[in-house]
Design a protein around this ligand. Structure first.
Ligand SMILES: Nc1ncnc2c1ncn2[C@@H]1O[C@H](COP(=O)(O)OP(=O)(O)OP(=O)(O)O)[C@@H](O)[C@H]1O
Ligand SMILES: [Mg+2]
Length: 364
């Protein structure tokens, strides 16, 4: 075999390899001519766009597929179009598919050298999954931030109420007691007694509000004592009988875990009190080796969970799930109309979590 034949064989091999790459690569590849008309596409481009090769080649202009590109300066623009450039190594583009959907893609474009009649080759990579994951990560971060900020703010207002307004009312009450013991006329004494009662009531109200905002017991004594006190208040206010069971060795857990569980149980209890018309509510805490499981069961009217979640009229169910998911846990809500509702919360805990995890919110 002479050198010319060897060269021919090698170049045929390279052509076959290039054709195979073009046909099998997962990125969409398309070539457009100097006027912008598509002259060839690979199979990935057909899959991405929904149009067949026959529908694209020779009849579609690049502007019928491109819905605009994003640059560092602008989110969607045609002014700095890649088509006017010789080369654009990386930009974002939105592709319009045959069924009218929009695809975000990472693109690159290169005008082919002399002899190719100004043809341009473009490579498009589907970014839907990456963008969705990025959006979810961002939303998670944002929710975490909002929840933490809300807890800190509740804690601050709760302290202000307790130590500020609460103390001031107490001082007024002490003053009124002194006044009441002095020599006063009958009507005046009656008047002072009434103001004493009103002040005592206002003090109770402030105490209740401070407790509801964020019970100091949650930070000082932990989840179970804080919940026991919440349960007493719910039983008194709503005439509901609540049974609390603890299985396993329940200890103090990290502040984010205790806060999340407190808020989730609080929301489930409030929902039961508000909507379930239940007689009893059972709360079971299970400290397992690798997770904490809390089950909240009511014997009320039940509801259509899917419908309530899709309707999105309230934030409670959504908030419960968000709080658990932020700690890599879950909330499962099962409800049967006429039979009641069960909420199962699972939060994973690492070994030693109880000992060293507590206090990040305490210190805050
Ligand atoms: N234990 C329950 N028994 C019966 N219905 C319930 C129960 N828990 C929730 N629901 C129903 O699900 C709906 C959604 O609950 P969710 O907690 O998300 O919102 P909400 O309580 O109405 O408002 P928010 O919690 O934001 O104050 C409620 O409106 C109620 O109809
Ligand atoms: Mg609710």
């Amino acid at each position: 075999m002479n050198a010319w034949m060897e060269e021919m064989g090698a170049s045929q091999e390279t052509d076959t390899l290039l054709q195979s790459i073009f046909a099998n690569i997962s990125d969409a590849v398309l070539v457009v001519d100097h006027s912008g008309t598509i002259v060839t596409v690979n199979a990935a481009m057909e899959r991405m766009s929904g149009w067949s090769k026959e529908e694209l080649v020779g009849s579609k202009h690049i502007c019928e597929i491109c819905l605009g590109m994003a640059t560092c300066q602008e989110e969607s623009t045609c002014t700095d179009c890649f088509f006017k450039r010789t080369q654009m190594p990386s930009f974002e583009m939105r592709v319009r598919t045959k069924d009218g959907r929009e695809y975000p893609v990472a693109a690159s474009s290169t005008r082919l050298p002399e002899g190719a009649d100004g043809k341009m080759v473009m490579i498009l990579r589907d970014m839907t999954m990456q963008l969705r994951a990025e959006k979810e990560r961002y939303q998670h971060k944002l929710t975490n931030f909002v929840i933490q900020a809300q807890e800190e703010e509740r804690k601050r207002i709760s302290r202000e109420l307790h130590d500020g307004v609460g103390q001031a009312l107490y001082s007024i009450l002490v003053g009124l007691n002194v006044l009441g013991q002095g020599k006063l006329s009958g009507p005046m004494k009656q008047h002072v007694t009434e103001i004493q009662q009103m002040t005592a009531k206002a003090m109770e109200e402030v105490k209740r509000m401070a407790l509801e905002l964020r019970p100091s017991a949650l930070d000082d004594l932990g989840l179970l004592p804080a919940l026991r006190s919440l349960i007493k208040r719910v039983e008194k206010s709503f005439g509901l009988s609540v049974d609390l069971h603890v299985q396993g060795e329940w200890q103090r857990y990290s502040a984010p875990v205790e806060t999340a569980l407190y808020r989730i149980v609080q929301e489930a209890m409030t929902n039961t009190a508000k909507y379930a018309q239940a007689h009893t509510l059972g709360i079971i805490f299970e400290a397992r080796e690798k997770e904490l499981v809390v089950t909240i069961v009511d014997d009320g009217v039940g509801f259509d969970v899917e419908l309530a979640e899709n309707k999105g009229s309230g934030l409670g169910l959504f908030g419960m799930k968000e709080r658990a998911q932020l700690l890599k846990g879950s909330v499962d809500i099962r409800s049967v109309i006429g039979e009641g509702t069960t909420v199962i919360v699972r939060i994973p805990v690492a070994k030693g979590e109880a000992e060293d995890g507590h206090s990040s919110l305490d210190r805050g």
